[in-house]
Design a protein around this ligand. Structure first.
Ligand SMILES: C[S@@+](CC[C@H](N)C(=O)[O-])C[C@H]1O[C@@H](n2cnc3c(N)ncnc32)[C@H](O)[C@@H]1O
Length: 261
């Protein structure tokens, strides 16, 4: 028998709601993942929730498994009301299951370039939806990691995690300053390829030496010269209509599949 909470004033409910704030996520090292599919994905990849909230109507073999795994790992599994789930998710039609998990960032120097054909570095990514979509695409294509260079949005925000559709648990995430990235990149054994609107080389014409490290620019400013200068080659995806650029997540998807064949 797991506990049941009905009050929005309950301290656990308040603590989970507070994880919508980056300050609180940074302070606790925790994040919220919504939905039974995403929670199950986490469990299958060895991440047990510290807190599992589920709705009164929720009943599924995978939920029972998630409840058991949560309590076995020392976490709390709690039945809550629909109103609490809606507040926790900030949605009228919330998912019936919400998990609170520990964030994981891999140190840059623990990445093993030969472990994957393609790696993705994002310079100052701002939009959580773009970041989540890129993590999902990196997972789909078997990329080694997504490396966040410079000041980036939080991959563990609720919006970014939603956009990953469960891939948040599958793709290693790494953070680096511009200087750390530049030093690490100098040891890179394959090609470092920048996606740059002013480049003259077509993205299909470049030689992608495995492992490829793709460097993508910020949504507004693009790749600044000092970052483009770290690349072996900068490439452009042809823009044939009136649009002057692709959305960052779309451009990253095109580049990843060019690099992985
Ligand atoms: C929305 S774009 C940035 C647009 C920005 N105004 C600029 O001048 O670069 C975000 C990132 O996606 C990549 N990107 C978008 N369209 C691209 C294209 N046609 N060729 C190469 N990279 C592209 C680049 O890395 C770019 O920095």
């Amino acid at each position: 028998m797991t506990p049941r909470i009905t009050s929005l004033a309950n301290p656990t409910v308040k603590a989970v709601r507070a994880l919508h704030l980056r300050k609180e996520r940074d302070a606790t090292g925790l994040f919220v993942a919504e939905g039974l599919k995403t929670v199950t994905e986490g469990l299958e990849l060895g991440h047990a929730p510290q807190i599992l909230l589920y709705g009164p109507q929720a009943d599924h073999p995978l939920l029972r498994k998630a409840i058991a795994a949560t309590t076995t790992a020392g976490g709390e599994a709690i039945e809550v009301t629909e109103a609490i789930l809606a507040k926790v998710s900030r949605r009228d039609n919330p998912q019936a299951v919400v998990g609170v998990f520990r964030q994981v960032f891999r140190p840059l120097d623990t990445l093993e370039p030969q472990a994957a054909v393609c790696w993705v570095a994002l310079h100052r990514v701002r939009d959580p939806g773009n970041l989540g979509t890129i993590v999902r695409t990196a997972d789909a294509a078997g990329c080694g990691a997504v490396i966040l260079v410079g000041e980036c949005c939080d991959p563990y925000s609720v919006e970014a995690v939603r956009a990953t559709m469960g891939s948040i648990f599958a793709v290693p995430l790494t953070r680096a300053s511009e200087a750390e990235f530049a030093a690490w990149r100098s040891q890179w054994p394959g090609s470092v390829v920048g996606a740059l609107l002013s480049a003259t080389v077509d993205y299909r014409a470049a030689a992608y030496q495995t492992p490829s490290l793709l460097l993508m620019g910020n949504e507004q400013q693009g790749l600044p010269p000092e970052m483009a200068g770290l690349c072996d080659v900068n490439v452009k995806i042809p823009m044939r209509g009136r649009a002057d650029s692709l959305n960052l997540a779309v451009a990253t998807g095109v580049m990843i599949y060019a690099a992985t064949g």
